[in-house]
Design a binder for this molecule. Structure first.
Ligand code: PEP
Ligand code: MG
Length: 362
């Protein structure tokens, strides 16, 4: 494991001796994963796969998939995306060398994938062999007034299961390839986004498990993996006991959980939240530091109910708050297993986790 140099490195070694919380990183490129490891990350806590789909070389296939009006059309596009997706995961598994990697299945606000320019429509029309008018009609059908509360997260997996099938297949094929080539088995933790109900997760887990079964049979070998969910909607926090029946881990998505709990847009909040903090309505910006009174209570409820169903359930946090010292103290007090922050915040998280552990010991 690479280690930071000098006095800072020594401080980190001390912190690591004291802390209980594991520290992971949010990373989706091999470079981010390398940086994260250099800063001491003990795994990837959130790999946002939608970022991979914006890659210039594959965005046309992604748009073709989204705009297809039949399962057959979607599958054609997905077949083109599978090899690239497999190599995304292969590279990440190689860098992470057996450390856990939480891969979140696609969670796009749909509008970010829809073509807007004429030339973009033309590219999709050529790739899919359909007319531009058909594509434009489909794009307008998919247009949403409120995409952040719309057809994203597992809702996409529910309506178009073949997308999550492709991703799960890519994960298992990559994991087996990496084990065969490096001798070290990756530990994928497959995470379903924006779950509100136990049934959603049950359906999505069935897709993942079916792909595991199929790939393991084709390759004549198996690898260990976990399936879990983000807890990022208040309903999911309240129903965590039922949701835990299909989840081996929960990761608190405190960006969306804050947005949906206090009903303030995470993208526009900065315009007025400063005034709220100045007037003492929130002690700190709730998108930076966990709103302990509201969001925090939901996290505690979810942790408690999840553990009642599944005492060994792994609990982490992967929202921006995972790199914020005050929030890390809350995570320690709540007994989470790990925090996950952007690579450059990993050292701060290690230090904050150590401080929180010392404080907890009194
Ligand atoms: C979250 O909502 O906290 C989260 C980590 O997911 P994203 O920021 O990608 O919505
Ligand atoms: Mg989210």
């Amino acid at each position: 494991q690479p280690e930071l140099a000098g006095d800072f490195g020594t401080l980190m070694v001390w912190a690591d001796k004291v802390r209980r919380l594991k520290v992971r990183a949010n990373a989706e490129t091999p470079l981010d994963c390398k940086t994260a490891r250099e800063f001491g990350a003990e795994g990837v806590g959130l790999c946002r796969t939608e970022h991979m789909f914006f890659d210039a070389a594959r965005i046309t296939a992604v748009r073709q998939m989204i705009l297809a009006d039949s399962e057959k059309g979607r599958r054609e596009a997905l077949d083109r995306l599978l090899p690239e997706q497999r190599s995304d995961f292969t590279e990440i598994f190689l860098v992470m060398a057996g450390l856990p990697v939480t891969i979140r299945l696609l969670d796009p606000p749909l509008h970010e994938f829809l073509p807007h320019e004429e030339a973009e429509f033309e590219d999709v029309a050529t790739a899919a062999g359909v007319g531009i008018d058909v594509l434009k009609r489909r794009a307008s059908e998919l247009h949403e007034l409120n995409p952040m509360l719309g057809h994203r997260g597992c809702r996409l997996g529910v309506t178009y299961p073949e997308i999550y099938e492709m991703q799960a297949r890519a994960i298992f094929e990559a994991a087996i390839d990496v084990e065969e080539h490096s001798g070290t088995a990756p530990i994928p933790e497959i995470m379903i986004p924006l779950v509100a109900t136990a049934k959603e997760l049950e359906l999505m887990k069935a897709i993942v498990d079916a792909q595991a079964k199929a790939v393991f049979a084709e390759r004549g070998t198996t690898i260990e993996y976990l399936v879990g969910t983000m807890i990022e909607l208040p309903r999911a926090a309240l129903k965590a006991g039922e949701i835990a029946q299909s989840a081996e881990f929960f990761s608190f998505g405190t960006n969306d959980l804050t947005q949906t709990t206090i009903g303030i847009s995470r993208d526009d909040a900065s315009r007025f939240l400063g005034t709220y903090v100045d007037k003492g309505i929130f002690p700190r910006d709730p998108f930076v530091s966990i709103d302990v009174e509201g969001v925090g209570e939901l996290i505690q409820i979810a942790a408690e109910r999840g553990r009642e169903t599944r005492p060994e359930i792994k609990l982490g946090i992967c929202g921006e708050h995972g790199g914020d010292p005050a929030s890390i103290a809350f995570c320690e007090a709540t007994g989470l297993d790990y925090v996950s922050a952007s690579p450059y915040r990993v050292p701060i998280a290690r230090l904050a986790a150590a401080q929180a552990a010392l404080k907890a010991r009194g």
